[in-house]
Design a protein around this ligand. Structure first.
Ligand code: NAD
Length: 448
């Protein structure tokens, strides 16, 4: 479905005309997205301005260098990335360093602002905790201000000793792969070990998932199909699962991705065992994407709508994962990914069933990330905001417009935006990230 305002904003004359009308909402700036396979140096030619102090200065400089950016402590013009190392800030008074770094400068259109901090440790002072919290407030607000320029702001919390896991995160966070990710915190840890340094290769594409098996549920369309495509492009053998009525389409899609189709209704009682049986040799990446909405206020919601949303969205991922674990089919070093939603974080009128199911998934992430860490299995949730798919096309027109505009970036995301984040979390080198909920919401005002 078309976002008319966004389409018009791509045309310079229409953009000028609409801007002169002083509309109550700013014109959205079309996002710049990455295409093709992952490369070692996605920041080639980008200018990054790095703050001069902080514990991680040399690691950040090296990571920026390796990703192809030109890190500098000063140059004229708008940098593509502003990277501020806040690890040395301990008191609210020292927060003025943030002001001094970001205030006189503007990040380029489509640029990135990144603040790097340390996570809380048990014995830190109240002043230090307050300073750390303040960084998040700053980043969330900066994200809202930068959204007009299709630029983003993120806070990265890096555990001491997890520096080796920083480089792949920077490659994602500072590149066009994260175009719809803004205004949030990402924790980089070391519980699952350390990222392998990227191989120096003359090949432009990394094909980081070569040799890995992946399962994506709800893969016949929308976000699930986009995720299946990206995983396949990076070399994974993908099993695309969807309802039996999609079987023919699924076969066609699977053959174009050199993958496999699995037509199973997740609401069926033997779905979980069927799925586990279909991976006798095990699976590396499982993306629980299939989901349904059955929206009604609670007072008007049928028993069936309640049950279906809870069962497909939460019951099925629980049963499938448990079956894979019981049969020991989830390989060590694997990835579990659950498609939650900002509605699960914030709640939404008419979505008590959906929001309960999507929040329940966050409980699975919390429980299994701890339980599976000894096997180096990372468990995370993605919480999309408004993404342009058949699911959101079914929303009433006015609500759809509001959902697009009420975000820092002023537009809906594409399935490919969620797919890039899913791919990032599936990469072996993203092993510093587990137990987290990663919003792909363009800085949605709901749930942000
Ligand atoms: P979609 O409706 O376009 O696609 C969902 C897919 O899941 C369909 O192919 C459908 O056939 C499949 N499916 C549904 N029930 C199934 C069942 N019982 N068995 C097997 N397959 C089943 O949805 P989408 O917009 O691509 O969303 C994908 C996921 O992302 C969902 O979990 C959704 O809740 C979540 N999400 C979407 C948005 C958004 O804005 N589109 C926002 C937040 C979260």
């Amino acid at each position: 479905m078309t976002d008319l305002l966004l389409e018009l904003s791509r045309r310079p004359r229409a953009r000028r005309l609409l801007s002169s009308l002083s509309l109550p909402l700013p014109m959205p700036e079309p996002l710049r997205r990455a295409e093709g396979a992952l490369t070692l140096s996605p920041l080639q030619g980008r200018r990054a301005l790095l703050s001069s102090d902080g514990e991680l200065h040399s690691e950040l400089r090296a990571a920026l260098d390796a990703a192809g950016a030109s890190p500098s402590s000063g140059f004229d013009g708008d940098p593509d990335a502003l990277v501020f190392d806040a690890t040395a800030l301990e008191t609210p008074a020292q927060l003025s360093a943030l002001y001094d770094f970001f205030h006189p400068r503007r990040v380029a259109v489509h640029g990135r602002a990144l603040v790097i901090a340390r996570p809380k440790h048990a014995t830190e002072s109240a002043a230090k905790t307050a300073t750390r919290f303040a960084l998040e407030g700053f980043v969330r607000s900066l994200a809202k201000e930068l959204g007009r320029r299709a630029a983003t702001a993120l806070l990265l919390e890096v555990e001491p000793s997890a520096e080796a896991n920083l480089a792949p995160v920077l490659r994602f966070a500072l590149s066009d792969r994260s175009a719809f990710v803004t205004g949030q915190r990402l924790h980089v840890g070391s519980a699952l070990g350390f990222a392998d340094p990227p191989e120096c290769s003359l090949e432009p594409a990394l094909r980081s998932l070569a040799g890995q098996d992946a399962l994506v549920t709800g893969a016949a369309r929308g976000i699930g199909l986009a995720i299946a495509r990206r995983l396949a492009e990076e070399g994974a053998r993908v099993t695309l699962l969807d309802r039996p009525r999609e079987a023919e389409k699924l076969e066609r899609l699977a053959s174009t991705l050199a993958g496999r189709a699995l037509a199973v209704d997740l609401a069926h009682h033997d779905a979980a065992s069927k799925i586990a049986d279909s991976f006798p040799e095990g699976v590396d990446v499982v993306v629980h994407n299939a989901g349904v909405t059955r929206d009604r206020t609670l007072a008007r919601m049928s028993d069936e709508s309640w049950r279906l949303a809870l069962d497909v969205n939460l019951g099925a991922p629980l049963r499938i994962t448990q079956a894979l674990l019981d049969a020991d089919r989830l390989r060590a070093g694997g990835r579990l990914l659950f498609l939650s939603s900002v509605a699960g974080l914030a709640g939404n009128v008419g979505q008590t069933n959906y929001a309960a199911s999507k929040a329940g998934l966050l409980g699975l992430v919390q429980a299994w990330s701890a339980e599976l860490a000894p096997r180096r299995i990372a468990v995370n949730a993605l919480a999309p905001g408004f993404i342009e798919t058949d699911m959101t096309a079914a929303m009433p027109w006015a609500i759809r417009q509001a959902a697009r505009r009420l975000s820092a970036l002023g537009q809906g995301g594409l399935p490919e935006d969620v797919a890039e984040a899913a791919l990032f979390l599936s990469l072996p080198e993203a092993r510093g990230i587990t137990g987290q909920t990663f919003r792909v919401c363009g800085g949605a005002l709901v749930g942000a």
